[in-house]
Design a protein. Structure first.
Length: 275
């Protein structure tokens, strides 16, 4: 079923995440004529996609014939205070503002918008660039069921979607899935380095680590089994994997403790950055 919205979609920001979402919408069947893009300097990849579908990138948008059905805010948080106030003036009574900007609260958007404007705050992650992201959303009290369904459909174009009722949980979401890809990439780095220390040639160690992490992730994605069961299936009692897991699963200084500390640190920083 083709992706449809009732009205215009205004995308503010054609960076990596914005353009990944745009590509997903177009692939999902959204009419390019319904899309308006605001970005003063889209990167080459974005320009290629925009040109292919006949979509212009506007440095700024002072007005539109009708208020947009959706304003998707995909600009960097550090330029939000400059970019969003003019966008807020374009919102109408039926507009929903969908933010994918890290560290920006619903209240931070509401202060620029007419009273009663629907706002959805979401936290996607970088695998959205290949359609394998996961996004968690929370809406304010003004979001209708139709607007929620529209936002859900737009975000599902680039991966899985979940909703929460408590905006405070977005900090933990940011720490787990928003920052999580970096943890996985670091795991691949560490695994390759350990392989080199064990005597493997750097090129082979990096290939083994990369393929192992990617392949294991795909197996986890496709399997109906939980991660704990998949781990147990690889582990023979007294074998090599068992020996390694004795280190990784040590109670005092194992991976679980480090991961809890890492997620806690990221959660705290997300709260500090929230505006």
């Amino acid at each position: 079923m083709a992706l449809k919205i009732d009205g215009t979609l205004l995308l503010a920001g054609a960076g990596n995440m914005g353009i990944a979402m745009l590509a997903g919408w177009l692939e999902g069947g959204l009419d390019a004529k319904q899309i308006v893009v605001q970005d003063p300097a889209p990167p080459p990849r974005a320009m290629e996609l925009l040109g292919k579908h006949g979509i212009a990138a506007h440095p700024a948008i002072a007005s539109l014939p009708q208020p947009p059905a959706v304003i998707v805010v995909a600009v960097k948080p550090q330029v939000m205070d400059e970019v969003f106030p003019p966008l807020a003036q374009l919102a109408g009574k039926s507009t929903v503002v969908l933010s994918i900007a890290a560290g920006r609260t619903i209240a931070g958007f509401e202060k620029h918008l007419p009273a009663g404007t629907a706002v959805v705050r979401s936290m996607p992650n970088t695998p959205a660039a290949i359609g394998r992201g996961v996004t968690v959303c929370v809406g304010n009290a003004h979001v209708t069921s139709t607007q929620r369904a529209t936002c859900d459909a737009l975000l599902r174009a680039v991966g899985e979607v979940a909703w929460v009722d408590d905006e405070g949980l977005i900090d933990a979401v940011t720490a787990v899935s928003g920052s999580g890809p970096a943890y996985v990439f670091h795991l691949a780095e560490c695994l390759a380095e350990a392989g080199i220390k064990a005597g493997l040639a750097p090129e082979l160690a990096q290939k083994l680590a990369r393929c192992t992490v990617a392949g294991s992730g795909e197996l986890l994605h496709r399997s109906e089994l939980g991660a704990d069961t998949l781990r147990q299936n690889v582990t023979s009692p007294g074998g090599t994997t068992f020996a390694a897991l004795q280190v990784l699963m040590a109670e005092k200084d194992g991976l679980a403790k480090l991961m809890r500390e890492a997620v806690a640190a990221a959660t705290r920083r997300s709260r500090e950055l929230a505006k």
